[in-house]
Design a protein around this ligand. Structure first.
Ligand SMILES: Cc1ncc(COP(=O)(O)O)c(C=O)c1O
Length: 396
């Protein structure tokens, strides 16, 4: 009884102070996480198949990540940006170890949108062109630069005028062929559109966009913020198609829960930069670098990228088996541990039932899609719990 009162008070406090831009449930206060599970202040547990918006790739509070953060917090949290730092150097070297060799330079930031904004600036410097191409249903974040690239009108329109961006239909190469002329500095592309509905990019389209960028002097910027670090069963989504982007934007899995972002880019981009072209007070501070280093070391040591491919296939197969006779389901798709069940109706009430009745957390992706972005550490038992819970709510 007492705990419930505390819950309600904490939810009300958060709502009153932080409620301006984010809609949260006012009946649940999460207190702790472990592996794929979250626990509220009443002790109820939830299977978190969202990885907290695609972030906690190692599960909640993975011991290696927590230890690295705790130790670094007692050693050095911030370092003057004009001095070198050993942890930042080791993190940078480790990150380039998992990037393709042509992306040998990195800018360290704090979030996905900040990485996207930096890439917009870098593309202008490298090409001298200001126009960008992005795609319908794309999501690239909500800072002024990033939201200019994002498709959804409700995020974009109240803030016009924004940057000069042409939005083209996704998976439609003819549209790119027509629009990509000498005024375009960069094409921003997701390999799988996450927020937009888990729309999987067609290989011919993605390779065609790369070819057109090369022919017409535009930079190909791949947004790997959601798809990076094993989410699709490879380190990065572009590896599925043998692409060689000029820049990639990273966040989410980069720190596996620690807030970080990054841009990785080529010599050509590097040659156009100069001290002061861009900057960030917190980007790559020692605490973030220690977290990023521990995250990548753990992906490698525990074989989690390969595991994502295997568990993703298993999850997709189980969804297809268990939901085969559910008429409400229009489509089931996925790549690695980025999975979607598209419904013939709006997904909101089913997502609510999943949480309230089954204790399972999933995400929307557009109005009709239920999206799963579980930690790469998810077990077969946990996949089974999630799939059965979904079957139950969809059959009610
Ligand atoms: C593909 C993609 N790009 C950019 C972003 C923005 O990242 P952030 O919320 O860290 O600014 C997101 C966040 O969901 C994303 O999924």
């Amino acid at each position: 009884m007492q705990t419930t009162t505390i819950d309600m008070n904490l939810a009300a406090v958060e709502e009153a102070i932080l409620g301006g831009t984010t809609a949260r449930r006012n009946d649940t206060v999460i207190a702790r996480g472990e592996g794929c599970w979250l626990f509220d202040t009443n002790g109820r547990r939830y299977l978190d198949l969202t990885s907290a918006q695609g972030v906690t790739m190692l599960g909640h509070c993975h011991p290696a990540l927590s230890k690295a953060i705790a130790e670094q917090a007692q050693t050095l949290i911030s370092c003057p940006n004009f001095l070198y730092n050993d942890v930042r150097a080791r993190f940078a070297a480790k990150l380039t170890e998992v990037l393709p060799p042509h992306l040998s330079h990195v800018f360290l930031a704090n979030s996905g949108a900040e990485a996207i904004d930096g890439a917009l600036k870098f593309a202008r410097l490298a090409t001298g062109r200001t126009l960008a191409i992005a795609f319908r249903s794309a999501f690239h974040g909500r800072t002024v630069g990033a939201v200019s690239l994002t498709w959804e009108k409700k995020y974009r329109e109240p803030f016009q005028p924004l940057l000069d961006v042409t939005h083209l239909p996704y998976n439609n190469l003819a549209a790119v062929e027509e629009a990509l002329d000498e005024s375009v500095g960069a094409v921003f592309l997701e390999i799988v559109q996450g927020e937009g509905g888990v729309n999987i990019g067609d290989g011919n389209f993605l390779r065609g966009v790369e070819r057109l960028c090369r022919e017409r002097g535009a930079l190909l910027v791949i947004d790997e913020i959601q798809t990076g670090f094993g989410r699709t069963g490879r380190w990065f989504g572009f590896e599925h198609h043998g692409l060689a982007p000029d820049m990639i934007c990273l966040a989410k899995g980069l720190g596996a829960g620690f807030p970080m972002g990054a841009i990785a880019y080529t010599d050509r981009v590097q040659d156009s930069l100069y001290p002061g072209a861009h900057g960030s007070t917190f980007g790559g501070n020692p605490l973030a670098s220690a977290a990023g280093l521990a995250a990548i070391e753990t992906y490698q040591a525990d074989g989690l990228i390969e595991r994502s491919a295997v568990m993703g296939d298993h999850f997709l197969r189980r969804l297809r088996e268990e939901l085969a006779d559910v008429v409400l389901v229009r489509d089931i798709r996925g790549i690695g541990l980025m999975l979607a069940v598209e419904l013939r109706q709006k997904a909101g009430s089913y997502l609510r039932a999943l949480m309230e009745e089954q204790g399972v957390l999933a995400l929307p992706a557009g109005p009709n899609v239920i999206r799963f972005l579980p930690p790469l550490t998810i077990t077969e038992d946990e996949v089974g719990i999630g799939v059965q819970a979904l079957r139950t709510v969809l059959q009610q």
